[in-house]
Design a binder for this molecule. Structure first.
Ligand code: NI
Length: 181
């Protein structure tokens, strides 16, 4: 079966605020499994439901995984909430929904986060570094926020310009019939 495509900036669906998951249904389980497949395929270490067009508060993550790893240990994060933030860290971030761009983002260095999983079990986790950054980045997606909304206005506008130009070139290529079918 074809994988769900990842929405890319400036798709307006990335700007929506997602709704909490009221109940874990078979549909939710299926979506989580689909999201895990998409995450490893891209590849990425985190993916939020709105990135595949579903405005619900669910995220999948595997911050231990690298492309060389055969072993996968994804977690499904439902209705996450950051309970505490401590310190500050500057981290170079990228996003599957923001093609061809990375930038440093200021985040809390340590967090305490609460979420439930597919079995309805509650987790409270304290984490730092990459894992804390990943939680904050993915939870931002649930609130319609991209990492480029957290960088300087100048850097953001340079990226937006570059992205619009790239999209224009894609359109032109398609109009000329030269693109891949
Ligand atoms: Ni992202």
């Amino acid at each position: 079966m074809a994988l769900r495509p990842v929405l890319q900036f400036p798709d307006p669906r990335l700007k929506r605020t997602s709704e909490p998951v009221a109940e874990v249904t078979d549909e939710i389980r299926e979506l989580a499994a689909d999201m895990i497949d998409v995450m490893y395929d891209e590849p990425g270490i985190g993916l939020a439901a709105p990135q595949v067009g579903e405005a619900i508060r669910m995220v999948v993550m595997d911050t231990e995984w690298t492309e060389e790893d055969v072993e996968k240990d994804p977690i499904v994060v439902i209705n996450p909430e950051i309970l505490e933030r401590e310190g500050e860290v500057s981290w170079t971030e990228g996003c599957l929904s923001v093609p061809d761009f990375q930038a440093e983002v200021e985040r809390a260095a340590k967090i305490r986060v609460r979420y439930t999983d597919l079995d309805g079990k509650e987790h409270v986790e304290e984490c730092e570094e990459l894992r804390a950054v990943c939680f904050q980045h993915e939870i931002d997606h649930l609130d319609g926020v991209l990492f480029i909304d957290r960088i300087s206005r100048l850097k953001r506008s340079l990226y937006v310009k570059k992205r619009k130009k790239a999209l224009r070139l894609e359109d032109e290529e398609q109009a000329q019939g030269g693109g891949a079918l």
